[in-house]
Design a protein. Structure first.
Length: 460
């Protein structure tokens, strides 16, 4: 009895560290320009300090590489990519007390225009500590090796089939490129994948979403469920989320209200949805409704919200970083994919663009140190969020309006720079197009950071 109580305490202690994210996919038929849009708030909480960095192409001659906690075959040359994630910090992860390789990426975009994000889920399957491949490593391998969303699905599924997924038994990976997008819902050893339809919006909170219909799955998915006693064909059609989802963490308002809210905000925009609409969604606290939820002094993770009876909006102080990926199939690969990015909560920091072939970013965004006293862009955005959240309603509204206006100005400027880049591409000068857009990205990154500094200084 006492051992079970201890296990329960340890489990819930870990759960409180598992900060949830919100992800949205919008199909081509619903957007204004036939693009796919992939939007995500990375809600890691206040314990993990963030950064943005670029990894260039590289290759290794070794036959294999070690990633936590297995050795896998080396595939040779790796794709370049943008990554957003954690700084190298000790004792911040829920299980590991030391720094590990392949262990800090949360989301990213690679040079092929593939974008990747991930959400916590809760499954019935046993969580195996240090057995299999950690989620951080899977994310990095996807960015290094996959040129399309389908390739990423195949890589991810083969890794789970071969090695299993270590340290957490439920995750949804969201994968998108300019031509198609997928979600892959996973447990320790099982998975189901669904392709985004052109006329569909998929919202991923922190409960499994794939039910009876899916496009791909692990080979023995249904048999594994039968063997565990979780499914009997007499009960009706196999339903992935009902069979593999942990009932203690399913069908809660914590998740379902966010899913419904996305539908409310985008439902009357079908065929006209633009990236800025998704930015509005990611900033949402039930604005202009009876459910408006002001910023809280506590972190609204699932367990805390249960205890306090608190409402969980899409935009919270949990957010480490946020993006809206605009994936346009009819434009050159140099700039068809663009990742609009901001640090900390999207409520106060203007989004700025990153392109697949970018080579560098303003140095302060890349600081790989959690020290609050380091000259890190991330701490500017976080300090602004901390100060703004405790300001009065009028100040919060003013800052949000400034942020939205600045982002709109950036989007307007984007059109001019991309027209210049397109001329270079048509003339066969792809290198010059890449340099031009990298200059543009850095210019707007500086402007975004500068605005945060100005507002922060004013409200201090």
């Amino acid at each position: 009895m006492y051992k079970n109580i201890i296990k329960l305490i340890v489990f819930y202690s870990c759960v409180t560290l598992l900060h949830p994210c919100t992800t949205i996919l919008v199909g081509k038929a619903l957007t204004a320009d036939g693009s796919i849009i992939h939007a995500h708030n990375e809600d890691m909480g206040n314990l993990t300090v963030g950064r943005l960095w670029r990894v260039n192409n590289f290759s290794s001659e070794s036959d294999s590489i070690w990633i936590p906690y297995v050795s896998i075959p080396n595939t040779g040359e790796k794709l370049a990519y943008w990554a957003s994630g954690n700084t190298k910090q000790i004792s911040k992860d829920e299980l590991n007390q030391t720094m590990l390789p392949y262990d800090n990426i949360l989301f990213g975009m690679n040079e092929a225009g593939l974008t990747m994000s991930c959400n916590w889920m809760y499954s019935k399957e046993e969580n195996l500590e240090k057995v299999g491949i950690r989620r951080y490593a899977i994310r990095q391998l996807i960015l290094e090796q996959s040129a399309t969303a389908l390739e990423a699905v195949n890589l991810l599924s083969s890794l789970i089939d071969t090695y299993g997924q270590a340290d957490w038994s439920g995750l949804t990976y969201v994968l998108a490129d300019p031509n198609e997008a997928w979600i892959v819902e996973t447990t320790t050893h099982n998975w189901a994948a669904k392709k985004l339809k052109d006329n569909e919006i998929i919202t991923v909170a922190n409960q499994f979403t794939i039910g009876e219909k899916y496009d791909m799955s692990s080979k023995n998915l249904i048999q594994n469920a039968i063997d565990k006693g979780w499914y009997n064909s007499k009960d009706g059609p196999f339903n992935f989320k009902m069979v593999f989802g942990n009932p203690d963490f399913m069908n809660e308002s914590y998740d379902s209200e966010r899913e419904v809210r996305v539908e409310q905000l985008l439902g009357n925009k079908f065929g006209e949805i633009k990236p800025e609409d998704l930015m509005t969604v990611l900033r949402d606290r039930y604005h202009n409704s009876n459910g408006y939820t002001p910023p809280t002094s506590f972190e609204p993770d699932r367990i805390t919200c249960r205890a306090k009876g608190a409402k969980r909006p899409i935009c919270t102080n949990l957010c480490q970083s946020s993006f809206v990926a605009h994936l346009r199939p009819n434009l050159p690969k140099e700039f068809g994919s663009v990742l609009w990015y901001t640090m900390a909560t999207p409520a106060y920091g203007p989004y700025f663009p990153l392109y697949p072939f970018g080579s560098k970013i303003v140095k302060s965004f890349t600081v790989d140190d959690p020290d609050e006293n380091k000259p890190s862009a991330w701490w500017i955005y976080r300090h602004l969020q901390q100060k703004a959240d405790i300001s009065n309603a009028e100040t919060i509204k003013s800052i949000r309006n400034q942020t939205e206006l600045e982002t709109k100005a950036f989007i307007s400027e984007q059109e001019l720079w991309e027209k210049k880049a397109q001329k270079y591409v048509k003339n066969g000068n792809s290198l010059q197009a890449k340099k031009l857009l990298n200059t543009f990205s850095n210019r707007l990154a500086r402007k975004s950071l500068h605005q945060c500094k100005i507002i922060l200084k004013r409200i201090k």
